[in-house]
Design a protein around this ligand. Structure first.
Ligand code: NAP
Length: 490
């Protein structure tokens, strides 16, 4: 075990269902590995559909009491949980780094970001306002109230093992829902540590349930969740292909589905940009989490007048990144999650190089072996290459050259995805013009970092349905009910 923690009890080997720490019905377990070195750092129950059904029943049993609590009381519980998460930052960050590979500084940032959703929704719980509608008849009074949708489920990916869970759970619990969470098989330890802290903070048994699985049993758990008529909302973060499959399965029980799916973010640098800010923004937007975030800049478009200067400065900045295990001091680019990811990124780069692309920096798996890939800058790339159309999900930055604003917009929008886009310009009119025409859910203007708990996160087109965070995030876990009073006489 390489995981050294102050509070070792945060590392669980059991799942959390109905307030009990339990094994899988089938009794099997699955190891959790550190992607930096392949070491086994823990093991968790390999649950299946039958276990998910048990968790759904536990969530249903806990629902009536939880939803009857006042919003202020639910908010207090979330605030206590947030305090517990923040107090355990060092240990949680160590777990996040050990199972996801990201650098420790980024893991600490993720823990703070994750806790910020608990804080935000602790407050938002009290603002679940309804509406009074002016009636069309004098003897009627019309009201709209918001009610918790019921039992909700979350299926989350490995790239933000803490934040993707709390972004969903905080909103669901604030709304008065109970929840079943299925974390990614690569990163269940963070989810279970969060559940441990929830239990200590007094979140009642059954309100939060964590069902762990393996790559082999995920589908079975997903099917049980999707097919259950008890589960009224499903929130999924992951690839577009998996999101489509889950939405199709969930359709039979007419669930409310929110999908945070894949991206193919463009980052456009116009001639009038502040070069230094554009370089810093592009490094931040591309190389965070070794390029494995849904909002990572996938395609960097640079206008002809600034192209060469940008490439020179950007390449120098990328050369300064340090590759290594996330737990090592000063490392800024950790390993990719697994060997499949290395093979995929290698394939995309090889195809670009074989089709005329040039590697100004990097271009292959890192010499230290394992799951590490060299931070890479590619030029002479074009729109027909696969890396322009697919999510790279690795530390590879293709830099494309363009001439006009219209061309940049056309290139940026030429994708089935529509999650995030970024651009750099000092012309205010252009900023509004371009931001309004980009087909995506989020736009970073003169910044490479846009995620925050207080703003709505989500995409358009194949990048998803629904929003998380901000005052819109709780909508996914609420139903509107219209009340029509008759016989009101003055
Ligand atoms: P993925 O393959 O779609 O998997 C995401 C999670 O869903 C995993 O835990 C996976 O488990 C599970 N899953 C997939 N199909 C399932 C099914 N039918 N039933 C139950 N569980 C199922 O994606 P990933 O490779 O882990 O994550 C990377 C993707 O997530 C990228 O496309 C990225 O853009 C996207 N992402 C989007 C956002 C956003 O907010 N829009 C945020 C982060 C990541 P298994 O691994 O066992 O299949």
């Amino acid at each position: 075990m390489s995981l050294v923690l102050t509070d070792r009890s945060l590392v669980r080997s059991h799942a959390y269902v109905g307030g009990e720490w339990c094994e899988a019905e089938g009794g099997t377990t699955v190891p959790v590995e550190d992607p930096a070195n392949g070491q086994v750092i823990g093991s968790v129950p390999e649950m299946h559909g039958i276990d998910a059904v048990r968790a759904i029943a536990a969530a249903a049993a806990a629902l009536p009491t939880w939803r009857e609590e006042t919003a202020a009381s639910r908010g207090d519980s979330l605030r206590k949980w947030s305090a517990a998460v923040t107090a355990a930052t060092d240990d949680l960050a160590a777990i996040v780094t050990a199972e996801s590979g990201k650098p420790l500084a980024e893991a600490r940032g993720e823990v703070a970001y994750a806790a910020s959703f608990l804080d935000w929704y602790a407050e938002e719980a009290r603002r679940a306002y309804g509406e009074i509608i002016p009636p069309p008849q004098a003897d009627k009074r019309l009201l709209v109230i918001r009610q918790p949708i019921g039992v909700a489920a979350a299926i989350t990916p490995w790239n933000f093992p803490a934040a993707m869970i709390l972004r969903k759970v905080a909103a669901a619990l604030a709304a008065g829902c109970s929840m079943v969470v299925k974390p990614a098989p690569q990163t269940p330890l963070t989810a279970l540590a969060l559940a441990t802290l929830a239990e200590r903070a007094g979140i009642p048994a059954g309100v939060l349930n964590v069902v762990t699985g393996s790559l082999a049993s995920s589908r079975d758990i997903g099917t049980a969740i999707c097919e259950s008529p008890v589960v009224r909302a499903l929130s999924f973060t992951g690839s577009t292909a998996a999101g489509i499959a889950l939405a199709q399965q969930a359709a039979a029980t007419v669930k409310k589905v929110s999908l945070e799916l894949g991206g193919n973010a463009s980052l456009v640098v116009f001639d009038d940009a502040d070069l230094e800010a554009a370089v810093a923004g592009a490094v931040a937007a591309k190389f965070r989490n070794a390029g494995q975030t849904c909002v990572c800049a996938n395609r960097i478009y640079v206008q002809a007048g600034i192209h060469d200067a940008f490439v020179e400065h950007f390449t120098a900045a990328v050369r300064g990144l340090k590759v290594g295990p996330g737990a090592e001091r000063d490392v800024t680019v950790g390993p990719l999650i697994d060997s499949r990811a290395v093979a995929k990124v290698t394939g995309l780069v090889d195809e670009a190089l074989a089709s005329g692309g040039v590697a100004n920096l990097g271009g292959k798996p890192d010499g230290r072996g394992g799951h590490f890939f060299e931070p890479t800058v590619l030029t002479r790339v074009n729109a027909s290459m696969r890396l322009a159309r697919e999510e790279i999900f690795g530390p590879v930055a293709p830099v494309f050259r363009f001439e006009t604003e219209a061309e940049a917009l056309e290139l940026a929008n030429a994708t089935e995805f529509g999650l995030a886009s970024y651009f750099f310009s000092r012309d205010v009119s252009r900023c509004f013009r371009v931001a309004e025409q980009l087909e995506c859910g989020m736009v970073g203007i003169n910044t490479g970092m846009l995620s925050t708990a207080v703003a709505p996160f989500g995409g358009v087109k194949a990048s998803g349905i629904g929003r998380e965070g901000g005052r819109y995030g709780m909508d996914e876990y609420q139903e509107l009910k219209y009340l029509c009073f008759g016989e009101i006489h003055s």
